[in-house]
Design a protein around this ligand. Structure first.
Ligand SMILES: Cc1cc2nc3c(=O)[nH]c(=O)nc-3n(C[C@H](O)[C@H](O)[C@H](O)COP(=O)(O)O)c2cc1C
Length: 335
């Protein structure tokens, strides 16, 4: 059965690309869309930044037709600012709005935003209600299991936010206190799915990094779809691999070396297109090793790629990579 958020039909068991600060920008989203992501989100955007009209926050509102369906994610600690930011973000024309109640990092959570709202559910409900009322778009929420081991209150969050109108909930199977440590635990996510009061789609998130895990956790935790973050960095094929497995029961071979080079080049090209030559090249530097993970002796190439300021030379180095590793079978080398 198809999963729907408002009028948006995501098909059966959608795979979502996670919002990731400094990662989930339009160039990265371009390759993930090609890789098969069914729904994508922007990086989180500060509500205060949007209201101040800060250039950095504004720029994050850039979305493109081919990305649809896409959600804009906002965060903040002040209800009125979140309301105003929702109006601003809605004008950018996304398909839905998403609220971040999961970010654990100090300068967000300790300022009363992100996961901090898990300590004050009444305020979270009021904030969410303000956002829902400020837009004609469907509103979704992304959060964690709770603040810490003693307060895993996401079930209350699911019921109360559904009651005031959110249309889907993504749960990262960790508490705020865990940050990114330990293994994500999806047990509580399954309990929410089994709660007959909860009707909205529930997406599981945290640690899905292979076809096998996606398949096992789909069955074990009964979620409506899966959100994938880190495993898509440098590996946008994860979406098509998981989908292919669900459809056919077969594991696709990994991408060929040429596919890796093409995706990397596309990412670079889009990066330059969107950020300009200098910043585009500079910010691409963090991605090279991800695209070529597992290639033996890649380091000298990486060193050259991350210090090269000229785009034509970067493409030449990528051609050298193709030549040097042409004899390797990427499916086995990079596994
Ligand atoms: C570099 C990085 C940036 C992130 N930025 C955001 C963000 O802006 N908004 C958000 O809701 N979660 C953010 N997250 C959390 C991810 O969306 C996701 O919940 C988390 O990485 C667990 O999923 P994964 O194991 O599939 O990566 C970020 C994670 C990482 C690694």
């Amino acid at each position: 059965m198809s999963v729907k958020i408002g009028n948006i039909d995501l098909g059966e068991f959608p795979l979502l690309l996670a919002p990731m600060e400094d990662v989930s920008d339009p160039p990265f989203r371009f390759v993930c869309k090609q890789g098969g992501a069914d729904l994508m989100y922007t990086e989180f955007i500060s509500s205060e930044g949007l209201i101040r009209d800060a250039a950095k926050s504004r720029k994050k509102l850039d979305i493109f037709e081919y990305e649809r369906p896409i959600g804009i994610q906002i965060f903040g600690s002040d209800i009125e600012s979140m309301r105003e930011a929702t109006e601003i973000a809605t004008l950018a024309g996304p398909d839905l709005m998403d609220i971040n109640y999961g970010c654990p990092v100090k300068n967000v959570a300790c300022r009363g935003a992100g996961s901090a709202l898990l300590q004050d559910i009444d305020k979270m409900v009021k904030m969410t209600e303000a956002v829902v009322k400020a837009t004609h778009l469907p509103v979704t929420v992304k959060t964690r299991l709770g603040w810490d081991d003693n307060t895993k209150n996401v079930e209350e969050v699911a019921e109360r936010l559904q009651d005031i109108g959110i249309q889907a909930l993504t749960i990262h199977g960790r508490t705020r206190a865990q940050l990114y440590k330990g293994e994500a635990d999806w047990t509580l996510i399954r309990e929410i799915k089994r709660n007959p009061r909860v009707k909205i789609p529930i997406f599981g998130n945290g640690d899905v990094d292979s076809v096998v895990k996606a398949a096992n956790w789909r069955l074990e935790y009964e979620v409506d779809g899966i959100m994938i973050g880190r495993a898509a960095i440098g590996y946008p094929w994860i979406f098509r691999e998981v989908k292919h497995f669900f459809k056919t029961g077969e594991v696709l071979p990994g991408p060929t070396l040429q596919e890796r080079i093409t995706a990397c080049s596309t990412h670079l090209e889009k990066s330059i297109e969107w950020k300009g030559h200098k910043t585009g090249i500079f910010e691409m530097r963090r991605h090279y090793s991800n695209y070529f993970k597992g290639l033996p002796d890649f380091k000298p190439f990486r060193m050259r790629l991350v210090s090269e300021p000229d785009v034509e030379n970067i493409y030449e180095i990528l051609e050298e990579v193709a030549f040097k590793f042409s004899n390797y079978d990427p499916a086995t080398v990079m596994a």
